[in-house]
Design a protein around this ligand. Structure first.
Ligand code: NI
Length: 349
């Protein structure tokens, strides 16, 4: 099962068939979706979709292309929205210097900073849009060392990628990594640790090969995953954690190396060696103990104790995982990393 961490199902491109599409996604192998808002209206819509569909989560934010005329009131309106159930990040926010008609750079930077400050206050991860604005985006996120998340559809250099990885960020790879003329994205995808990589669609945009020309939806994420697997010289099954050798060590130590789980730093150290299905789930680790990614009324749960380590922090989490890794409840611990990958190891004895 895949988690599309970036899909705009609030977009009007889905007006005709949104419900049918979203309802069918789990059957297409996409078990979880995050819908990031791009302005107040779309953020509200994302929150509504999250409320309506158990497998949809929302992020709220004002996209740099849409930030023109953004007022203090608009930014203030984001706070209560961000506190709605199933809102797991602030986004999509950032800087976009590509389009000339975009709001002035200084204004974009101001709105970006304000939203990073909100993320820090609410201890939420962020989803960053950075187009042709690498230096400024990097320098601004450096002003907020407590805030991390994902650089969505990462288009920076390998050096910038290294810098962000050091700072604790995740890098998102979308349809463009599959394009013939793509240069940087494949280069970065080749070297980004799998446990710091998120595979996304940006639906309805950035349709991956071989579907170009069609509207993108999360079902196409497999094509992007397949291309990344190819770049890395591994099978898609292995990339997505369905391959062999996906066992967590009995001592709780992870098996490093790409032939193993895509997320070497995830450990299952539960006393009970419950048989777990082989699925890969990306999830957002939030920084507050109460935050829950689970809809009410879930199936009987299995508890897994896990711990993570990252360059900047070390933390543990108690996770209840009802059935097939679908809803995830995070309890306890203090989390710093914004997003992580949760591969359910095939740890059945
Ligand atoms: Ni987007």
């Amino acid at each position: 099962m895949l988690f599309d961490t970036h899909a705009h199902y609030d977009d009007e491109a889905f007006d005709a068939d949104r419900d049918a599409l979203l309802t069918a996604l789990p059957d297409c192998g996409v078990g979880l979706v995050i819908d990031p808002g791009c302005d107040l209206t779309s953020s509200r819509r994302a929150v509504e979709l999250a409320a309506a569909y158990p497998h949809v989560y929302a992020a709220v934010g004002i996209h740099p292309e849409n930030c023109g005329g953004c007022t203090d009131d608009d930014l203030a309106a984001l706070r209560p929205l961000a506190q709605q159930p199933k809102v797991v990040a602030i986004g999509e926010i950032g800087l976009d210097y590509y389009w000339e008609e975009n709001p002035p750079r200084e204004f974009q930077q101001q709105v970006f900073r304000r939203q990073l400050a909100l993320a820090r206050e609410l201890q939420l991860p962020v989803i960053v849009h950075d187009r042709e604005a690498h230096a400024d985006t990097l320098s601004i996120v450096r002003e907020f060392p407590d805030v991390t998340g994902v650089f969505h559809c990462f288009s920076g250099s390998p050096e910038m990628a290294q810098e962000l990885l050091k700072l604790g960020w995740y890098l998102g790879f979308d349809g463009p990594v599959t394009y013939k003329n793509a240069r940087r994205a494949p280069e970065v995808a080749a070297v980004t640790p799998l446990d710091r990589m998120l595979i996304e669609t940006d639906s309805p945009y950035m349709t991956p090969v071989p579907y170009r020309g069609k509207r993108c939806d999360s079902g196409m994420i497999a094509a992007t995953a397949a291309r990344i697997a190819e770049i890395r010289g591994m099978s898609a099954e292995t990339l997505l954690g369905r391959g062999e050798g996906r066992r967590a060590g009995g001592d709780g130590s992870p098996h490093h190396g790409e032939r193993q789980a895509p997320v070497p730093h995830f450990l299952t150290t539960g006393q009970k060696r419950t048989r777990t299905p082989c699925v890969q789930v990306l999830f957002i680790v939030v920084s507050d103990a109460q935050h829950s990614l689970a809809p009410a009324g879930t199936l009987s749960s299995m508890s897994i104790r896990c711990s993570f380590s990252s360059p900047c922090s070390r933390w543990t989490a108690e996770i209840s995982m009802p059935q097939l890794g679908m809803p995830i409840i995070l309890r306890g611990g203090r989390f710093r990393m914004a997003m992580a990958v949760l591969p359910m190891s095939c740890s059945g004895s």
